[in-house]
Write a protein that binds this ligand. Structure first.
Ligand code: F6R
Length: 614
């Protein structure tokens, strides 16, 4: 995840910025840069680690004001040109977030004579600031002050941002602003820090002011003034941070996994931001290198993935078949690579991999391509190996996932699959504009629905506590909820070490029922939909064997509580989308069970985040 830092004070800025960036390293990044202002802007950028950036800095850079950035690529490759700060003449900017309308803004700026050096969305901010400040690409004299230029620029941006801006002709001044991306100011003794999170300056000050959405702040002469979106001054409270550095990295959460579960409300939004139009019922995936003609003639989809990503792939199968009418197979990388697949007709391979580095997935995709299949990747890591070996890449934009157990990468993979299936369905004439509008309207509400589940997590924690001593757990679901049952079981086993099985609910009677006792919790995903009544029958079968049933059900379902022991509620949404919400419940159930059992949650035994060997 990108991180920004800023310093305005009396000490040399460069070493402070480098130190602050090092404190943000845990967020994950692929390149970094700083810009220091003395009599002019001095910018240094590189790919790799902060120590690499440090090694290219000349000795004794002068200037007591500067900005810095760690980049986690979302638009454009991880290289030096794309890394921040971005400049437009005497303006420098660092940015964390996604500018959704950057292509349109870029086109207009190019028309006005601006030359773009990078592939990033951020560069439009630098040129917009310049154009407002100097009246155009060849403007020489200022038409307004810097804060007015910032305010005019922000009004044109759609999306999320935390920015820090310097201007060569405004020595001693830094302007920062935020919308939907974290930004915090540290108040030191005659010096001010700005950063994406407090860890970056905690060694200098514990007195912080949290910047709110749509606020702009002017930092100069050791003080900071805040303004709202209309330019009115705002009085802000200073908070004293009591956390230690380790807790601060986790933003106060006990584990990265819990932090990442909470981030889903914003990460799923980032995945679809700028890519859907619920007014028109369309999905825009410009990065997809497949013609409409090819989509119409596609005879089969072959999904290849491992672990959690494979579970996401199974959801994809239901979606591609139901919405777009395309026969879909889902294989694990380790099986596909040594199999003898029959490839005839127009087959599209979709590789799903958070890391983009899983050895089995990479080998299987290479195999599929050698059979002549076109291939696309759904991944979270820009520049990862898979992105260099494939026809098109769809990024999930979840931000780095540090906990070994996949959480936000799974739900953002699901969002990507919904978008892809809907796009294919529309092109193949299998879905009406009305139906796709309804689905997209519901999709837009998913971040708020996730937040509601998170706000109510105490009920899930209590349930986890109640059954934390269980030796076996079962998870059952039908249709789209079947892969979610598999994922719920996988999460529980990997972090709590409880034996857990996921089953298609209709399959229990073909064997597994023999294992149920009055000590076995069975999690039944029983959200409203066309298989709901069948799920109720399965729940009754389970209860008849005296097992404990924990249902995941809709908030407005008053029927379910008659048949089960515990109900974990999710908001009512479009039937097709409820798996995303149920996943969040099951992640929390696994998390709190592992917590109760005192397990090593972020680094479970025997597991690695990225499996780069066979
Ligand atoms: C489970 C988990 C793993 C990964 C699997 C594939 O929580 O994280 O099962 O899903 O190792 O990894 P990627 O998606 O990086 O290919």
């Amino acid at each position: 995840m990108c991180g920004i830092v800023g310093y305005v004070g009396e000490k040399p800025a460069a070493p402070i910025l480098i130190d602050s960036l090092k404190k943000l390293e845990y967020r994950g990044y692929d390149s970094a840069g700083i810009c220091v202002l003395n009599d002019s802007l001095k910018t240094y950028k590189t790919t790799g680690k902060i120590v690499d950036l440090e090694s290219i800095l000349p000795q004794g850079i002068e200037g007591t004001i500067g900005i810095g950035h760690t980049r986690w690529a979302t638009h454009g490759k991880p290289n030096t040109v794309n890394s921040h700060p971005h400049l437009s003449r005497d303006i420098a900017v660092v940015h964390n977030g996604i500018i959704e309308n950057y292509l349109e803004l870029k086109e207009n700026l190019i028309g006005d004579g601006y030359i773009f050096k990078s592939e990033t969305d951020t560069e439009v901010i630098a040129h917009l600031l310049h154009s407002h400040l100097y009246g155009g690409s060849d403007g020489q004299s200022k038409k307004c002050d810097l804060i007015t230029a910032v305010q005019k620029t922000l009004r044109m941006l759609e999306g999320s941002y935390a920015i820090a801006v310097l201007c060569g002709s405004e020595p001693g001044l830094m302007i920062i602003a935020r919308k939907d991306s974290p930004l915090v100011v540290g108040i030191g003794d005659g010096e001010i820090f700005a950063a994406s999170d407090v860890t970056s300056f905690l060694q200098h000050t514990r007195n912080v002011v949290f910047v709110d959405d749509n606020e702009v702040a002017l930092i100069r002469n050791g003080s900071v003034e805040f303004f709202d979106a209309d330019g009115n001054p705002v009085t802000k409270e200073t908070t004293k941070i009591e956390w230690d550095i380790e807790a601060a990295e986790k933003a106060g959460y006990e584990h990265f996994m819990l932090k990442e579960i909470h981030e889903q409300a914003s990460s799923v939004h980032d995945t679809f931001a700028g890519k859907i139009s619920e007014m028109e019922g369309t999905v825009i995936l410009d990065e997809l290198n497949i013609s409409d003609e090819q989509i119409r003639h596609m005879s089969r989809i072959e999904i290849i993935a491992c672990g959690t990503s494979w579970n996401a792939g199974l959801v994809g199968k239901y979606l591609f078949e139901q919405l777009a009418g395309i026969h879909t197979d889902v294989d694990t990388g380790s099986e596909f690579r040594y199999g003898y697949p029959v490839v005839c007709g127009e087959v599209l391979t979709i590789a799903i991999t958070q890391s983009g580095e899983t050895a089995d997935t990479l080998a299987a995709v290479r195999g599929a391509r050698s059979y002549g299949c076109q291939a696309i990747a759904i991944t979270n890591v820009v520049g990862s190996t898979i992105t260099r070996e494939i026809d098109s890449v769809l990024y999930t934009r979840a931000g780095p996932e540090i906990g070994v157990a996949a959480t936000k990468s799974f739900t953002t993979q699901l969002i990507t699959l919904y978008m892809l299936a809907l796009k294919f369905a529309r092109i193949r004439g299998k879905m009406s504009a009305e139906d796709s509008k309804n689905l997209l309207v519901a999709l837009k509400k998913i971040p708020a629905d996730i937040q509601k589940i998170l706000n109510n997590k105490a009920v899930i924690q209590e349930c986890a506590r109640q059954f934390a001593d269980a030796e076996d757990y079962f998870f059952i679901g039908r249709h789209l909820n079947y892969p979610i049952a598999l994922e719920g079981a996988l999460k529980l086993k990997e972090i709590s070490y409880i034996h857990a099985e996921g089953y298609a609910a209709g399959e229990l009677k073909h064997g597994p029922l023999a294992l149920l006792t009055d000590k076995t919790p069975v999690v039944a995903i029983a959200t409203k939909g066309h298989t709901y009544d069948k799920m109720l029958s399965n729940i009754k079968e389970v209860k008849a064997r005296d097992a404990i049933v924990i249902a995941v059900a809709n908030k407005d379902d008053t029927e379910i509580e008659k048949y089960v022991d515990v109900v974990l509620r999710i908001p009512r949404t479009h039937e097709l989308l409820s798996p995303i919400l149920s996943s969040v419940v099951l992640q929390l159930l696994a998390y709190y069970t592992a917590l109760e059992r005192g397990c090593s949650i972020d680094k479970p035994r025997n597991l690695a985040k990225s499996v780069t060997v066979e």
